[in-house]
Design a protein around this ligand. Structure first.
Ligand code: MRU
Length: 345
């Protein structure tokens, strides 16, 4: 069964509801900017690149939604809708990157035609969507140059096709390997609390015919010690200019373990996820989510109701634990600051 993460259909954004996978495959049509905002906030769509592409379409939808034909008023209202959309989730920089790309179209437009601006915004959103596919495929090829036939790769969370327009970032290596006739094996961390590894990564790789083994998060050290893992490949939500990388909570633990067992850690990183405006991971806002993601499993409390929780959704892996940052523009190794600057030149 082919699952489309996001589709643009006659001025509507159609998203597969990732909160229902893998039990139900249901699609949600976003017809208003508010629909897109809620889909991002409530993780119907999730994963940094998919959030970015959805946000671009969200602005295109807002552009069609606003009814005033008085140009200055139209522009002011649209820019304020952009700022609102940008607040849907804090950590993945792709959201603000995409919103800024769309604002650049609005602010760069020199005409006075509302109709023309609407068409330009839809065109830019479609371009961002198409670029994301090409970026991911190229990252997959670059990752494939770092691994060998029959290697086993451990991944955390879901940085697959479901987290992007197609291919995924971290998981693109498996799809490109399939296209090129290379055999790779995957270990997927379950990824508590929302289980993106179990519900999404294991699901999409299994469906695609990739050899995938699911483990719980606390098994990573053991499988590494048993010599089962050749490389760790994960996605990212924001990379600071010094290489510090925010990704799903638990990524830092995997990177610390990998260092102990001398296993390389590769970050699959589309350039829109690199935030050159910030110095280090200290500047990355970390989303904190509802404690009920921890206390409730399958609709039932597994703890005493009211027990205190702490639920940061992301952590920042320090650059020194990262072997390479693999982008569509090349593979960057330490010193990351200089390497990242070079790919943006
Ligand atoms: O909270 P989520 O599911 O949006 O978190 C997703 C991740 O952390 C992914 O690993 C990251 O966005 C990379 S997706 C290509």
């Amino acid at each position: 069964m082919e699952i489309k993460t996001l589709t643009w259909k006659e001025k509507e954004l159609v998203l597969v509801d990732q909160t229902k996978l893998p039990v139900d495959v249901e699609y949600v049509a976003c017809k208003t900017l508010e629909d897109v905002f809620v889909a991002i906030r409530d993780m119907i769509v999730r994963g940094a690149p998919a959030i970015g592409v959805s946000a671009a379409y969200g602005v295109a939808i807002a552009a069609y939604e606003i009814t005033t034909t008085e140009f200055d008023l139209y522009k002011t209202e649209l820019l304020s809708q952009c700022d609102y959309l940008n607040t849907a989730r804090p950590t993945a920089v792709n959201l603000s990157w995409a919103v800024e790309e769309m604002k650049a179209v609005i602010n760069g437009y020199e005409g006075q035609s509302v109709a023309e601006l609407k068409a330009l915004l839809e065109k830019r959103a479609i371009e961002i969507h198409e670029e994301d596919i090409m970026i991911n495929k190229t990252i997959g090829k670059n990752l494939l140059s770092l691994v060998k036939e029959d290697n086993t790769i451990l991944t955390h969370c879901n940085a697959g096709a479901l987290a992007t327009s197609e291919y995924g970032t971290a998981l693109s290596v498996f799809y490109v390997a399939q296209e090129e006739g290379v055999t790779l094996h995957a270990y997927a961390d379950e990824t508590r609390p929302r289980q993106q590894g179990a519900k999404l990564t294991a699901f999409e790789l299994y469906n695609a015919g990739v050899d995938v083994t699911l483990i719980t998060d606390n098994m990573a050290a053991e499988v590494m010690k048993e010599g089962k893992i050749d490389a760790v490949i994960v996605g990212c939500d924001r990379i600071a200019s010094n290489g510090d990388t925010a990704n799903k909570i638990g990524t830092m633990s995997v990177a610390i373990l990998a260092k102990h067992f001398n296993i390389p850690v590769y970050i699959a990183a589309p350039t829109p996820t690199i935030d050159m405006a910030i110095e280090s991971g200290k500047d990355i806002p970390i989303e904190e989510r509802d404690g009920e993601e921890i206390t409730i499993i399958n609709g039932e409390y597994v703890t005493a109701k009211g027990v205190k929780t702490y639920n940061p959704s992301f952590d920042v892996t320090p650059a020194e634990l990262i072997t390479a940052i693999v982008t569509e523009k090349g593979i960057v190794r330490a010193p990351f600051k200089e390497g990242l600057q070079a790919i943006f030149k």
